[in-house]
Design a binder for this molecule. Structure first.
Ligand code: ZN
Length: 140
């Protein structure tokens, strides 16, 4: 079976890349969601070299700063996952105090909710995405 994260170019739009990690736009259900993906397979954070861990942190910081500058979230939630993807990856979840789920963990729709369109899409406007991408491309 092909790995979706190895073939990230087919599935996601790259917004930042360094030696060991790539940052891509994430779920349309969380405004400004970004995934930072380790390029190679590693099932656990403890398998990473310091250089690889630094690549993930570098991408997190650069993308997080661009997001703050453009869309001014109240705070950003950071999450590192090691799961079915076989690629250690970090999430950036911008959060706003005005959102109804403020103070609660991020909730993504189940596959059924997604199929039934029960969940509101909260994607960034194309303009905001472009402004964030411009900051990253010009300072990478
Ligand atoms: Zn893979």
């Amino acid at each position: 079976m092909k790995c979706k994260f190895c073939e990230w170019q087919k599935h996601y739009k790259k917004i930042y890349e360094n030696a060991h990690a790539v940052a891509v736009w994430g779920s349309p259900y969380v405004r400004g969601h970004v995934k930072v993906i380790l390029k190679r397979h590693a099932d656990n954070l403890t398998e990473l070299s310091h250089e690889e861990a630094n690549s993930i942190m570098d991408a997190w910081l650069k993308v997080g700063k661009a997001i703050e500058k453009v869309i001014h979230p109240s705070i950003i939630n950071w999450q590192i996952n090691c799961n079915w993807t076989r690629h250690v990856h970090g999430h950036i979840y911008p959060r706003w105090q005005a959102d109804p789920d403020w103070g609660e963990p991020i909730r993504l729709p189940t596959h059924e909710q997604e199929r039934n369109k029960d969940y509101f899409v909260k994607e960034l406007s194309p303009d905001d995405k472009r402004r964030i991408e411009d900051l990253l491309f010009h300072h990478a």
